[in-house]
Design a protein around this ligand. Structure first.
Ligand SMILES: [Zn+2]
Length: 246
């Protein structure tokens, strides 16, 4: 299983990164996890758009799904003619959300929307466990397992016992750290680096990668906070970063 960070900028694209997008590959299958603003451009560095096999959306905030609009155009008006539809796993209302953003109800022509529910789903070679996490709208975190390895992605979330369960003994825990570590953080929205580190420690994860990084803030304190709370290796996500899980 190979993880490529396409975009790791939190809440909006930044000068050095698109918003949230990750490419997960195994056995020749290419799963795009989230497609936030600006991500479709970066994604083309790592895969041709007609080679994307499926998309999974953690939730329907703009910075996690809006580049489904240009993916729709790329697939519908491909030089090869309209491409066959691909499955798009997302929360209830994903088709309507993307149709609204596109101002066109025809998005189901190239996407087969599958409504996610908590529990297990098979997406290509990935054994996926989805679970609700703590965010203002319905949001899923994902645990991807393949070839005896496990990767957990937090989605957007405040503190969440369910996220600890999903990250239990994961080889790699890709966790959001959208907040700076300041007093009085609002609950059920985002984590700071220290909280991400605490979740990784409780889960016994192998290594932690911080993502959803605020482009207007220095991520250094978040990295230090996570390292102080988690005994394992911690790094910041960077666009183009490739992690092979074996
Ligand atoms: Zn969000």
């Amino acid at each position: 299983m190979r993880l490529t960070v396409v975009g790791c900028s939190g809440s909006m694209p930044g000068p050095h990164s698109p918003a949230s997008c990750y490419l997960l590959e195994a056995e020749g299958f290419r799963l795009v996890v989230n497609l936030g603003n600006g991500a479709l451009g970066g994604l083309q560095r790592y895969t041709a758009l007609n080679r994307v096999d499926a998309v999974a959306l953690s939730h329907l905030h703009a910075d996690h799904c809006l580049d489904m609009c240009p993916l729709w155009i790329a697939r519908k008006y491909s030089d090869e003619g309209p491409l066959s539809s691909i499955p798009v796993y997302g929360p209830a209302g994903a088709a309507e959300r993307i149709a609204r953003a596109n101002d066109n109800p025809d998005v189901t022509g190239v996407f087969d929307f599958v409504t996610l529910t908590p529990g297990r789903h098979q997406i290509g070679p990935f054994d996926v466990t989805a679970g609700h996490v703590s965010h203002p709208i319905e949001t899923f975190a994902f645990r991807f397992e393949q070839g005896g390895r496990a990767l957990t992605y937090s989605g957007d979330t405040g503190e969440s016992p369910a996220l600890v369960d999903l990250a239990r003994s994961a080889d790699v825990f890709l966790c959001e750290a959208g907040f700076p570590d300041l007093p009085g953080l609002p609950p059920n929205l985002h984590l700071c680096g220290r909280q991400a580190g605490q979740h990784a420690a409780r889960a016994g994860a192998g290594r932690l990668i911080l993502t959803h990084l605020d482009p207007e803030n220095d991520p250094g304190p978040n990295l230090a906070g996570a390292a102080g709370a988690f005994g394992g290796p911690v790094t910041l996500a960077v666009p183009g970063q490739v992690t092979d899980l074996g």
